[in-house]
Write a protein that binds this ligand. Sequence first.
Ligand code: GLY
Ligand code: MN
Ligand code: MN
Length: 367
Amino acid sequence: MSERLTRLRAASKAHELDACLINEANNRRYLSGFTGSNGWLFITADSATLITDGRYIEQAGRECPGFAVIKIARGEDVEGFRRLLEPFLHKRVALESDQVTLEQWRRWFQPLEVDWAFTTGLVAGLRSQKEAGELAAIQAAAQLADATMAYAYTVAKPGMTEAELAWRLEVYLHEHGAHGPAFEIIVASGPNSALPHARPTERPIQAGEPLTIDLGARLPNGYHSDLTRTFCLGQPTSDTFHAVYQAVAAAHRHAAAHLRPGLTGAEADRLARAVIEQAGFGDKFVHSLGHGVGLAVHEQPSLGPQSQDVLQAGNVVTVEPGIYLPGWGGVRIEDLFFIRADGAQWLSHAQEIAVQHHDARTDHFHD
Ligand code: GLY
Ligand code: MN
Ligand code: MN
């Protein structure tokens, strides 16, 4: 943690900040180790303080050995923050303006004669550069996602509902070391797969239609993975499946092969989008190419048409092109990559199967 504070202090100095108040949960955890639901970090050039309420004082002492812990009880918050910030009147203090509520601003911060600096992305920028231990944690989360997808290939059967399959995958994640799924698992069949973020329904999955499964693991240490596969149970019932699948797979391969440090998020997105446009589906790729993954399942850098984020060695990002045809369905393929000096290393290894074979004699599916 102290190395992370050193990096934050260097960034603060570059932005001419005298102190930073941090309350976003993952930023807080990243800098201090604190996993409670309520707390503020106050980081200056030579001090690190965690402010929390009575529920978390003992926990904070255990989790954040390098921090002074201050209790501010409910009802004493106006006075508590005034006392904390008294030495910083007329100094420049950062607030995470995308995290502080209007009510907190109005009650606690605005009345103080502090030279407030509204920051977004200060800690997120640090988090986007993964340390060796973080990479190992994400690799473990990716391996579990791979195993869960392999399990999905074996248990998915025609007639099973989307919700039932999603539940089985969630149980598998828990039984194999996850604290839970990284996000609500997406199992989207047939026309539902035209919705990029479909929620599992009671619809029975049918043979021959597209089936999109998007899942990730959330490990006890807080790190995530994110993986999508689309396939058919048995032979596809329309030729559209192969055309769409080939376009998405080609876009995915092309972007993955060209990811490298120095590329902007917009340039990375263009690599895949150009392939999908050439295939005639440009207007059906309705979301961004990808995003960073770590303590949050969506974090910096962003890979999308408008993103000026610059890929750096140490980033972990998804590549997830998709094509969505309303009324028919969709295809998305998503993998996780570690950006190295010489290109991108695949962190996910789930087998890609467009079609799950159907043995008509026994009416059993197998791979
Ligand atoms: N399911 C969230 C994502 O793939 O980004
Ligand atoms: Mn995903
Ligand atoms: Mn994703």
